[in-house]
Each structure stands twice: as C-alpha cells, then as structure tokens.
Design a protein around this ligand. Structure first.
Ligand SMILES: *Cc1c(COP(=O)(O)O)cnc(C)c1O
Length: 321
C-alpha cells in the first residue's frame, strides 16, 4: 500500500488562498427563533449559497487547480451521488478541463441535469448492485483520466475545511460545531480548521440514523462498512469513512450524532418558513442534531454548517405537506 499523506491546517490555509477567487463568500446567518428553540446562540454557515449549491465546490476546485498540464489536457473522472459530481463538473468547466461523472441511476433528477448542464459527461450505474469505485478506476485507467474521489483525498479534505475556517474567522471561537457527515471530507476538514482556529471547540459529526457507520466507527476505533442506507439525506448515503478522513475524525472529533429523516424534514420546514432558505435534507443534519442537544448546549455559542441546498423542488413540496 502507498503511504497515506494526511492534510494539515496549513493545507486548509493554502486551499483557501487558492480557491478564493472562484468562490462565493457564503453568508453566516443567525435567527432569534432558532436561538430560542435551541437555547443557545447559533451561527449558520450557509453553503447552500455556494456556487452549484453546496460546499463540495471548494474541494473540487482545490483538487483541479493542482492538476499539471497533462492531467488538465486528459481530464478528470469522478463518482458521486450528486453534489461532488456537480462540483467537479463546474470546476472543470471553469478551468477548461474535460469531466466524466459516474452517477447512480436513481440520483435526483435536478442533480443529473445540473451536472450535464455544467458540461459533464454522465455515466450511470446501479448504486445497489455495482461498485462505483471500481467503475471509476477502470474508466480512469482506460482513458488516462485523473480520478478525484468525493471525500478520501487530501486536496478534497483541505478544500472542504475552508468553509469552517471562514466561519471561525467571521464569528470568532465557538463552543461547538455541528457538521453533516457522509464520507467525512467536510467533517475532517472542519476539524482541522477548528483545532487551530478554535482549539476549545467541540466538533460533532451528524449522520442520518439509517446510516450511522461513522458513529459505529468512532466507537469501535476502526472503519465500519454498512449497506447503502435508505434515507432522504442523499448526500450522506456513504457506506464507510475513508483511510484519510477516519484517522483525522478519530483524533479531532468529539462525537458523532444521528438524526432521523423526520427530524430533517422538520428542520427543512424551519429553514424555509422562518429563515426563508431552501436546504437539502443532508444540509439539515447539523441543526437537527443541535436541537436534540439543548441541555448540554444551553447558553453556548455554536456553529452549524448548512452544507447544501440542492433539492428536487417537487420532492421538497411533498415533504412540506
Ligand atoms: C457530500 C455532502 C455531505 C457529506 O460530505 P462528506 O465530505 O462526504 O462527509 C453533506 N452535505 C451535503 C449537502 C453534501 O453534498
């Protein structure tokens, strides 16, 4: 096995400088109603307002900006249930790099359409029977493309950490930070940012209850694999943490919480009704978990990462009824 190279906070800082010219500086929103519901002061970092609608644009840009000329000319291949695909497709389009995206046959229509709209070539696979990582590796080898995985890559982790870095720079140190968790790129990057910029901050990952492999992994001390979980949080339907993300999470993350789909719908409704923002189910994980921890959070200053806002609007309407 090749030696693993772990990203550090210096890589998050370098990523931040590298990608800044291309990013939206996303707002940090507050809500008195949210504060009184949770019994603490909440700062929401709104990556639903990031370009392509999620934080994944950060990692994708950070990875593609470091391609050499041969890699740029040949192109990039990525596999994703949605937002990573769109992020790679958009970043590749901006940088003039050809992109091939491997997506599940049942990915949300809006996400497939957006990926195609950004100029990505879409290859479909069955997420319940086929191994996307193997398909990705085969296409990469056959066509000489560079494979950029959705979370287990140092440049991706460092890029994703820039959202939490911006949050701490804007609001100062926090007592706790709640981060949606799939494969752990966002959580690992956020934890690196917190460890340097707000060392006393407790960092929590939040998974869908149906897919709590991260929670099991943290408690067992090794990576636990599960079947693809059935949840509305399609950005967190991962089967396991990564070789890079797990050790960073094990070192820096206080605990991993879970949220049921029904709690995600409640949070989605709150965001739409009270804060006038559209958040996808996965983006609601952090707030849903914070609402379950009101005892221990009383009077504290906490950060919640709203990770994305890409949701099929007809599904959204269905959940709101
Ligand atoms: C990908 C994604 C996540 C999970 O990120 P990981 O880095 O895989 O843990 C959370 N929310 C949204 C909106 C996503 O697209």
């Amino acid at each position: 096995m090749t030696e693993l190279i772990f990203p550090t906070f210096a890589d998050v800082e370098a990523a931040s400088a590298r990608i800044a010219p291309y990013l939206n500086r996303t707002p940090v929103l507050t809500s008195r109603t949210a504060d009184s519901l949770a019994g603490c002061q909440i700062f929401f970092k709104c990556e639903n307002y990031q370009r392509m609608g999620a934080f994944k644009f950060r990692g994708a840009l950070n990875a593609l900006l470091q391609f050499n000329d041969a890699q740029k000319a040949a192109g990039v291949v990525a596999f994703s249930s949605g937002n990573h695909a769109q992020a790679i497709a958009l970043a590749a389009k901006i940088l003039g790099i050809p992109a091939t995206i491997i997506m599940p046959h049942d990915a949300p229509a809006a996400k497939v359409a957006a990926t195609r709209g950004y100029g990505g070539k879409v290859v479909e696979y069955n997420r319940y029977s086929e191994d996307r990582e193997q398909i990705g590796r085969e296409i990469a080898q056959r066509e000489g493309l560079t494979l950029i995985p959705p979370y287990d890559h140092a440049d991706i982790i460092a890029g994703q950490g820039t959202a939490a870095k911006e949050l701490f720079e804007e609001v100062g140190e926090l007592d706790a930070l709640f981060v949606p968790l799939g494969g752990g790129g966002l959580l690992a990057g956020s934890a690196l940012a917190a460890a340097t910029l707000s060392p006393g901050c407790k960092v929590y990952g939040v998974e869908p209850e149906a897919g709590n492999d991260g929670q099991q992994s943290l408690r067992l001390g090794e990576i636990v694999h599960i079947e693809t979980p059935k949840t509305i949080a399609d950005g967190a339907q991962t089967q396991h943490l990564g070789q890079l993300t797990f050790p960073i999470i094990a070192k820096h993350v206080t605990d991993i919480h879970t949220a049921q789909d029904i709690a995600l719908v409640d949070a989605m409704r709150f965001f739409a009704e009270r804060m006038k923002i559209v958040v996808e189910p996965t983006g609601c994980l952090g707030f849903a978990a914070a609402l379950q921890q009101t005892e221990s959070l009383r009077g504290k200053r906490i950060g919640v990462i709203i990770s994305g806002g890409n949701v099929d609007i007809s599904k959204f309407a269905g959940w709101m009824q």
